[in-house]
Design a protein around this ligand. Structure first.
Ligand code: GLC
Length: 736
């Protein structure tokens, strides 16, 4: 078990508590209480979830019940030591319940409060898919640190983030919560997020426990359909999906959340290969594993458990330490341990892990949130937090196309079209914790705050018919049309897979009408996933990907449109040309018949071979020329240098990317794998030689038996500003 720098005294306290605890009290620590509904609705939260899942009640009815019902916090269970944690964002209630746990229960073990603080708490940052396009670990860490500072003031000890799922299928709504398709970039992101959320000392009351989720391979759900089954070779899991988790465990992450899906037929919730062999034994993970919401109960639906009792036993034996909201452990585990169906050692291990995390968070020393901190971020937004969010937001924007009409001049009059342009709520993205749409700077507000003369017309939203007269009126005296199109928050995130990822509704009609005016047209996208934009790429002169950037969305978009910020974002996920190309990623095997124009190769009859925008792609108002690729080798590393010249007229930031291909190996390897990247800022005409390093020990791969293999052979080195357009050189590598 990797220690979290607990002192000897702290370790002894845990040992003493364990020795004193009854079986019921041990199970209590393993039980996270979901909100239970009382007062007129005699169903538990879990049953309510089942009712809305199988359609017995609508989402609206579910929302009404949740809003109007009084939560039952089971205070007597806390007194009896039968509750260890809550999913809770309510500082006053948190202190109230904590007082019962600490002062009225037999052993006084504090509760741990978890909540989904995914991309900001009160100051909402860009969605993770957007932020990952900054390729900037300082940005990754800073947003997590600020989220932790704001959430801890609100009595939250633990966030269910970062989501580290590698996502290669844009139909899957939760790609919005991910850092995209690449394990190397995902690992850089993972480490930075753990540092940001947990800090150097997670017990300092300004930081919170991180959760590595969803373990594992949730992003590979079949047909991009949320909660669907996952099958893949173990080698693909270890090479393509787990590196961010391993990196984050090494960084000291305190908790992990198991995924809803099965992995090769065994639900992750009861999968001892994943939870014990890989995570705890091989990675040495020393914190605790929590199930996803109600996931232990869902093992019955999976068909791996006969009933809740069977699910309880299987989850505990597989290494699931805490049950989020299913009630399985609460209802069955104590008896199962008493009857010897589940060894008490299983409980002891789980409880030791949970107490270790509570100790590492300092909850035994300071279980309460200070009154004076509770409302610290409820009022005016913190200026430093806002500034950091703005920096992250503008860096997250990716310029996909520009035939020269960008940047705009402030003297140009803009006809601004699209309901999303004046919609603060849909700047937030999925999972916005305490974020408020009313705080968000819309694109309309951003342009107006930048001093641009704007005539606005909604014209259509993501569902309504397009109203041409509104556009005609707004565009009459305008120099340029800026059309803001895309998705609402609800069209991505959890339970929001789309089988057609073109622009929803009639938004393309808006774009066509804008083109028909004969005026220059800029499309600004607000969306939570890569979209299929083949028509837009062919017809719209400028396309800006602005995602859902959170609280400073409009200011960031205005800064880019007006050239106050030269766009530097690089895609962390591939954009397919059409939905039918999904799933799509750059790091795919070559196959025996790599796609080409000839018929009998890996291709489509009715769609292009290549994706629309590749991984790592992003334009700038500058132009960057790559030259002089030189490779140096010593015993341990390859030093790959290249000269980059800014041939444009504006200073700009470029992210140089280094990819490798292991040409021949004992299993087929991807045609490219990202191994390093470096940012460089160049003035017009400036050239700089940069060097990227690849350690030889990182040039291997895992086989199906999780053995790491370094095999001599030919390697191709690629360097460029995206995964497609690269300089390349081949070397024969002999590993000592
Ligand atoms: C959800 C999500 C998970 C989240 C949890 C608690 O179903 O899958 O990511 O952290 O429940 O809200």
């Amino acid at each position: 078990m990797s220690k979290f720098n607990l002192s000897k005294t702290q370790e002894e306290t845990i040992n003493k508590l364990l020795a004193q605890m009854t079986i019921e009290e041990k199970v209590g620590q393993m039980h996270q209480l979901s909100p239970s509904i009382v007062g007129g609705f005699d169903v538990s939260f879990e049953e309510l979830i089942e009712m809305v899942t199988d359609g017995r009640i609508s989402n609206e009815e579910f929302g009404k019940i949740m809003a109007s019902a009084e939560r039952d916090f089971h205070e007597d269970d806390i007194r009896a030591g039968k509750v260890g944690s809550y999913l809770l964002n309510d500082p006053k209630k948190a202190n109230e319940l904590q007082r019962i746990a600490v002062e009225e229960s037999r052993l006084g073990i504090p509760l741990i409060y978890g909540f989904d603080v995914i991309h900001g708490f009160r100051t909402t940052f860009p969605i993770p898919l957007a932020e990952a396009c900054t390729w900037n670990e300082k940005v990754f860490e800073a947003s997590a640190e600020i989220a932790a500072r704001e959430a801890s003031a609100h009595g939250i000890h633990w966030t269910f983030a970062p989501m580290l799922d590698i996502a290669r299928d844009a139909r899957w709504g939760r790609i919005s919560e991910s850092a995209g398709e690449d394990p190397y970039l995902g690992s850089v992101y993972a480490r930075a997020k753990v540092r940001g959320f947990q800090g150097a000392d997670p017990s300092d009351r300004e930081h919170i426990a991180a959760t590595l989720k969803h373990f594992a391979a949730y992003g590979a759900v079949e047909s991009g359909q949320d909660y669907n089954t996952v099958s893949m070779a173990n080698s693909m899991l270890h090479n393509g999906y787990l590196p961010p988790f391993q990196a984050a465990v090494e960084e000291g992450a305190l908790t992990v959340m198991a995924a809803f899906n099965d992995y090769n037929g065994i639900p992750c919730t009861v999968n001892s290969y994943l939870l014990r062999k890989v995570l705890k034994d091989t990675y040495g993970f020393g914190g605790f594993v929590v199930s996803d919401a109600n996931a232990i109960r869902e093992c019955v639906s999976h068909g791996i458990a006969e009933d809740l009792a069977d699910a309880s036993r299987k989850a505990a034996d597989a290494g699931m330490d805490m049950d989020m909201g299913s009630g399985a452990y609460h209802g069955h585990l104590a008896q199962q341990a008493a009857d010897g169906e589940v060894s008490e050692e299983v409980l002891d291990e789980a409880v030791r892990r949970i107490l270790t995390v509570k100790m590492a968070l300092g909850l035994f020393e300071h279980p309460y949130v200070e009154e004076e901190r509770m409302a610290k971020y409820d009022g005016a937004l913190d200026a430093i937090h806002l500034g950091t969010a703005f920096d992250a937001a503008k860096r997250s924007i990716v310029l996909l196309k520009n035939d020269g009409i960008l940047p705009l001049k402030k003297t140009q009059t803009v006809a601004l079209a699209g309901a999303l342009a004046d919609d603060g709520e849909n700047c937030l993205g999925a999972w916005n914790a305490d974020g408020r749409g009313s705080d968000c700077i819309t694109v309309k507000a951003g342009l107006e705050r930048a001093g641009v003369s704007v005539t606005y017309a909604a014209c259509c939203d993501t569902e309504s018919e397009f109203r041409p007269a509104e556009l005609a009126e707004a565009a009459k005296n305008a120099d340029v049309i800026v059309a803001v199109v895309g998705e609402t928050n609800a069209m991505s995130g959890e339970a929001a897979s789309r089988a057609d990822i073109t622009l929803p509704g009639h938004q393309r009609e808006l774009l066509k009408a804008a083109l028909a005016t004969g005026k220059p047209v800029v499309a600004v996208l607000m969306n939570g996933r890569p979209l299929a934009l083949q028509w837009e790429q062919e017809h719209i002169p400028a396309i800006v990907e602005s995602w859902q950037l959170g609280i400073t969305h409009g200011d960031a978009v205005a800064a880019v449109l007006l050239g106050d910020y030269n766009p530097s974002g690089k895609l962390c996920a591939t954009f397919p040309a059409v939905t039918g190309q999904c799933p799509r990623c750059y790091n795919h095997p070559n196959t025996g018949r790599p796609g080409s124009k000839s018929k009998f190769t890996s291709r489509y009859l009715d769609a292009p071979l290549e994706p629309l925008y590749p991984f790592g792609y992003g334009l700038s108002y500058s132009e960057f020329l790559y030259s002089d690729l030189i490779i140096y080798e010593n015993a341990d590393v390859f030093q790959v240098s290249v000269t980059i010249t800014n041939t444009g007229s504006l200073t700009g930031e470029e992210t140089a990317q280094l990819y490798l291909r292991d040409v021949t190996a004992s299993i087929v390897r991807p045609v490219k794998e990202l191994k390093a990247f470096r940012k460089v800022t160049l003035a017009p005409g400036e050239a700089q030689k940069i060097t990227l390093i690849v350690k030889k020990c990182d040039m291997g791969f895992y086989n199906d038996d999780m053995e790491y293999c370094l095999e001599d052979g030919r390697f191709i080195f690629y360097v460029g500003g995206n995964s497609r357009d690269c300089l390349q050189a081949e070397r024969y590598v002999h590993f000592l």
